[in-house]
Each structure stands twice: as structure tokens, then as C-alpha cells.
Ligand binder design. Sequence first.
Ligand SMILES: Cc1cc2nc3c(=O)[nH]c(=O)nc-3n(C[C@H](O)[C@H](O)[C@H](O)COP(=O)(O)O)c2cc1C
Length: 220
Amino acid sequence: MKRDSDNTPSNCTLIPDPEKPQDERRRKLLKATAAGLVAGVASPIVSSAFAAENTKRKILIAYYSRTGNTRELANQIQQRVGGEMFELRTVHSYPKEYRATTDQAKRELEANFRPQLTAEVQNMGAYDTVFVGYPNWWGTFPMAFFSFFEKYDFAGKTLIPFCTHEGSHLGRSVTDMKSLCPKARILDGIALRGGNNSTVRSDSSRREVDEWLRKLGMTV
Ligand SMILES: Cc1cc2nc3c(=O)[nH]c(=O)nc-3n(C[C@H](O)[C@H](O)[C@H](O)COP(=O)(O)O)c2cc1C
């Protein structure tokens, strides 16, 4: 039987396959990539005045999730800070298979594609704080978030990134966010391990989320 790795394109080796957590070679490659990607990320801005403002803020938690890790993180954040949820979905679909999805996502990134989203945020103007959650796809957020950031005006809003990944952490997503929303205030994000070895539901991850929100002054 033909194995998945038999037809792995050479330019796709940096993406881990959660169906093969034992694949040491891919893990090493990913680790090396992660170091490079993380090194290139400018440090996000944190405002000390943020804690004091917390009581009055109107929060939106916008997220995209293909296999549930980022959704779980979004739920944990909502349990702690409240706010309304908005799940990004694209009109076009992705294949069920992981490898075919990474291939499609890579083509979309290279083409700078803007997927159409299935729903709109009602009254985006009313929100001053937007948590933005995504799986790391090829070092940044899925193209759905490029569509999202271009659709609304984020000037003056506070953006708080959270992501799940398999080695690349936030990658260059915060840099991309800054380019797309130059007048937004972007706070320190969090990146948790997703994939088949996901730790998102573990007690230690929950503590990490608590600590992150506390540092941001978002504890209720
Ligand atoms: C299209 C695609 C591209 C991915 N690219 C990366 C990557 O560049 N770096 C990384 O660490 N993980 C990558 N992953 C793994 C996902 O970020 C990880 O499994 C994430 O937790 C999935 O989140 P979800 O369950 O919310 O969809 C990729 C996954 C997919 C499907």
C-alpha cells in the first residue's frame, strides 16, 4: 500500500503529520523551522493601563479551527473572560486528509488567496477587544484570517492573539497581524501545542492560560 510519506512533496516536509507523531525526522525539521520563525517575530506591545480598563471592555473571541484544538482554547478563554464567540468558516472546504489540506493551504498562501467567509460579525464597531485564535498554518494564520482582518476596521481596537501549533508557535502571525491592522494595539499572544499530542486540555495548559490572562490584566 502506498504510504503518505511516499508522495510527500519536498516543500512540505516542515509540516508535522499528527497521524504520525513518531516521525522523528519531521519533528526535527519542524523544530529547526520553529526556531527560525520565532526569531523573526517582533515582540508585541503590552500596555500596563490595560488591567485598569478591563471592567468596561466589550470582548469578541474570533477563531478558526479545523480539528478542535483552537476551539478548545477559545472556549477556555471565554470561560475566563466572557465575551461573544465568532467562528470563522470558509465558503470553500478543505479535504478531510491532513496532507491534502496542507497542500491546499500552501497553494492558497502562495496565491495570497482571500477565502470568502460564511458569516459576518454583527456590529464589529461595538467591540474594543478582539481575541483572535487560529491554528498555525505554514507559519501564520489560515488565509481566512487575512480575509477577516481586511474586512473590518481594527484601528483603535485591542487584538489578543492565541494559537495552537505543532512546533512553530505563533510563527510570523503577529507580524502579519500588525501589517494587516497597523492601527490596532496588539497584546502578547499565547501559543499552545495542538495536533494529536495536544496539551490544550491539560491542567498545565489551563494554568498557562490563566497566567497569560492574569498578566494581560484580563482576569475577571
Ligand atoms: C494546513 C496546515 C498547516 C499547518 N502548518 C503548521 C506549521 O507551519 N507549523 C506548525 O507548528 N503546525 C502546523 N500545522 C499544525 C496545526 O497548527 C495544529 O495541528 C493545530 O493545533 C491545529 O489546530 P485546530 O485543531 O484548531 O485546527 C498545520 C496544520 C495544517 C492543517
